[in-house]
Design a protein around this ligand. Structure first.
Ligand code: SAM
Ligand code: SF4
Ligand code: SF4
Length: 334
């Protein structure tokens, strides 16, 4: 089957599937409590894609060139029976890398069964290793130690090397960067510091809140010298660095200061089955509706991808005015 390319000649290589819009954390930059309070209405169950529908969508993407599939959310481990979905996707021929991004809160319980179902690796999000900063950011009083335990359990279950996502917000957790890097140096786990992005409308993002990746690396380099490493593959979003003393690597994702739209081969499907061709899109294409009315999702994907001309991060500026409300991170999954 020929793989579609978009208007900038970018193929489809990665697929991110959100399996729920719910989360047990209220990270202040993603699902602030004031907006995601007790009376917030999440998607009703019937609106979520079923596992069978997700499998149909994944298979259609794989036939069109997707090799990597990442399960995300909300918090994906809150979705009941998630291991069954993992088993279904890992059985699809052509899926080369099946991963999942999680806040780690339920991972101690689930790591073994996820690995047994065919999950290759997990990425665990952790924004600081000091209790005060982390709890302030997750805003539900979740302890650092439980996430650190989850990382070890996942590694023992064979879900490593574990990548650890740390979103850096100036004035909130930038002071925690050196400690975070030092904590994981020499463990075999790889921390990736991510520039805080202007996703959605609820986090009140300002360009001033972004600590540039170059400064993050500089902070680390001053304490533990590093040097750049070549990418693992063309188009890798993280810039990799190795510690000069041989104690492993660390990465930065400069989504704001050094956008990588030119090599963006990612498609995203929300929990209710909308296809988004950019993290900053305000409108998706309804794949769930297509499946439920017997339309071939493959044809929908071909049409939407061939028409894709997204490069939001390359044209963003502090003055950027966005047309339409962009989708929230907790909905599309990062
Ligand atoms: N709940 C899971 C978790 O936190 O790992 C999966 C979903 S979460 C939306 C996926 C990733 O997006 C997390 O690593 C999170 O830190 C990141 N994220 C959320 N909002 C962000 C923002 N405004 N800028 C950069 N990364 C963000
Ligand atoms: Fe939940 Fe992940 Fe968003 Fe935090 S970043 S609120 S853990 S979805
Ligand atoms: Fe891809 Fe859109 Fe991000 Fe650019 S802004 S890298 S097109 S998701």
């Amino acid at each position: 089957m020929p793989s579609p390319t978009d208007r900038f000649d970018r193929p489809i290589r990665d697929l991110r599937v959100s399996v729920t819009d719910r989360c047990n954390f209220r990270c202040t930059y993603c699902m602030p409590k004031e907006l995601f309070g007790k009376d917030h209405e999440f998607l009703p169950r019937t609106d979520l894609l079923s596992f069978e529908e997700i499998a149909v969508i994944v298979a259609a993407f794989v036939q069109r060139g997707a090799e990597k599939v990442r399960i995300t959310g909300g918090e994906p481990l809150l979705r009941k029976g998630i291991e069954d979905l993992i088993a279904m996707i890992s059985g699809i021929e052509g899926v080369r890398d099946l991963t999942l991004t999680t806040n780690g809160s339920l991972l101690v319980r689930k790591a073994e069964s996820l690995a047994a179902a065919g999950l290759n690796r997990v990425t665990v999000s952790l924004d600081a290793v000091d209790e005060k900063t982390f709890q302030k950011m997750n805003d539900v009083g979740f302890p650092v130690s439980a996430v650190l335990d989850a990382i070890e359990v996942a590694a023992s279950a064979g879900l490593g090397p574990i990548k650890i996502n740390c979103v850096v917000q100036k004035g909130v957790n930038d002071h925690a960067v050196p400690e975070m890097a030092a904590h994981f140096k020499g463990t075999g786990h790889i921390v990736r510091f991510i520039e805080y992005m202007d996703v959605g409308t609820t986090n009140g993002w300002r360009l001033d809140d972004v600590l540039p990746a170059s400064e993050i690396i500089e902070m680390i380099h001053e304490i533990h010298p590093v040097e750049p490493l070549a990418p693992n593959y063309p188009g890798e979003v993280a810039n990799r660095f190795r510690y000069l003393d041989g104690d492993g690597e660390v990465g930065v994702i400069a989504s704001v200061t050094k956008p990588f739209c030119g090599s963006c081969t990612r498609a995203r499907v929300s929990a209710e089955g909308s296809l988004y061709t950019c993290l900053f899109a305000s409108k998706g294409e309804d794949l769930r509706g297509a499946i439920r009315s017997g339309i071939d999702v493959g044809e929908v994907i071909d049409r939407v991808w061939s028409d894709r001309d997204d490069r939001y991060s390359e044209i963003r500026s502090s003055q950027t005015v966005r047309i339409g409300a962009p989708v929230e991170m907790s909905y599309i999954g990062g």
